[in-house]
Design a protein around this ligand. Structure first.
Ligand SMILES: [Zn+2]
Length: 297
């Protein structure tokens, strides 16, 4: 009881001090009285965009992402906690209405100055205008996993830097991209089977043949006819491995691996194991290249 009274008195004293001085560091107290001067807060829908954002801003901003690591971004609905984060953020970054479909209404309500739509940074035809016009341009037919092309990563980073008034600099250098591409040149006659159709941008950027996938670009199971066709194609292709992604169960991948005696190789396109740091994006792309090489070896 006595302890509690002392605490309350102390809290009152701190509040009075804070009123007087206008700032206070509440280091020894359990309850901070005033918020410290905060750096800009960036919220991204998915982890790969947080990897890009953190690499773009270094320690000039705080970065968080909304999608829990165990969920697929293709069928994610924003919980109340996410709405609070979006409200308190200076900048919100998402792929676009064709990807985080269930977040589209929330994002549409944000002021344009607060929102970066990654699809709009890549190609104007890939964004809302093309969706409205029913366009089927090359960009529209491409898959929404934009973060897997390092040039797109640099483009999204540049927009984040511009919005925060930071100098524009690449988060993965052209020399580095070229070296990674060269390191996979020996694998150009090989292909792979992935869980879902997510690697169009990656294989184009690194000049690899397009792979096959068990599921479509949204992670949905294909029809019986497609599955029959897929098995015929597998037999006719030089497939090195089947990729399994950490956020999916991978039962269908394991079944096909057993059926065709192919190895399973882990692939982490969401960067779930990638720490958020200043070099996060270049480390993430480097890891993906290493995972593809593990398949092709
Ligand atoms: Zn996906």
């Amino acid at each position: 009881m006595i302890k509690k009274i002392q605490y309350n008195t102390c809290g009152l004293l701190l509040s009075l001090l804070a009123l007087g001085s206008g700032s206070l560091s509440a280091d020894s107290m359990s309850e901070p009285v005033l918020e410290p001067l905060s750096e800009p807060f960036i919220v991204t829908s998915i982890k790969p965009l947080a990897i890009i954002a953190q690499s773009a801003v270094g320690d000039q901003a705080r970065v968080e992402y909304l999608l829990p690591d165990n969920q697929s971004p293709h069928d994610f609905s924003l919980p109340v906690s996410a709405l609070k984060k979006i409200a308190s953020a200076e900048l919100v970054v998402w792929i676009g209405p064709g990807f985080e479909t269930r977040s589209a209404k929330t994002m549409a309500k944000l002021p344009p100055s607060k929102l970066i739509t990654a699809m709009d940074q890549i190609d104007p035809l890939a964004g809302d205008a093309a969706v409205a016009a029913g366009s089927h341009s090359k960009a529209m037919s491409a898959d929404p996993h934009l973060w897997l092309d390092p040039d797109y990563g640099n483009a999204i980073a540049a927009e984040i830097q511009a919005r925060l008034g930071l100098p524009i600099r690449q988060i993965i250098g052209q020399d580095e991209i070229q070296a990674l591409r060269a390191s996979m040149a020996a694998s150009q006659d090989k292909t792979y089977l992935s869980h879902h159709d997510a690697y169009d941008h990656f294989v184009r950027a690194f000049e690899l043949p397009a792979g096959l996938s068990l599921r479509d670009a949204r992670g949905s199971v294909k029809g019986v006819q497609s599955q029959y066709q897929l098995r015929k194609t597998i037999m006719a292709s030089n497939i090195s491995c089947i990729f399994v992604e950490p956020q999916y169960q991978g039962k269908d991948a394991a079944a096909v691996a057993a059926e065709f005696a192919l190895p399973l190789v882990a692939l982490d396109p969401q960067g779930l194991s990638q720490p958020l740091n200043h070099e996060a994006y270049s480390q993430f792309i480097g890891s993906l290249v290493a995972q593809f090489k593990a398949c092709f070896q």
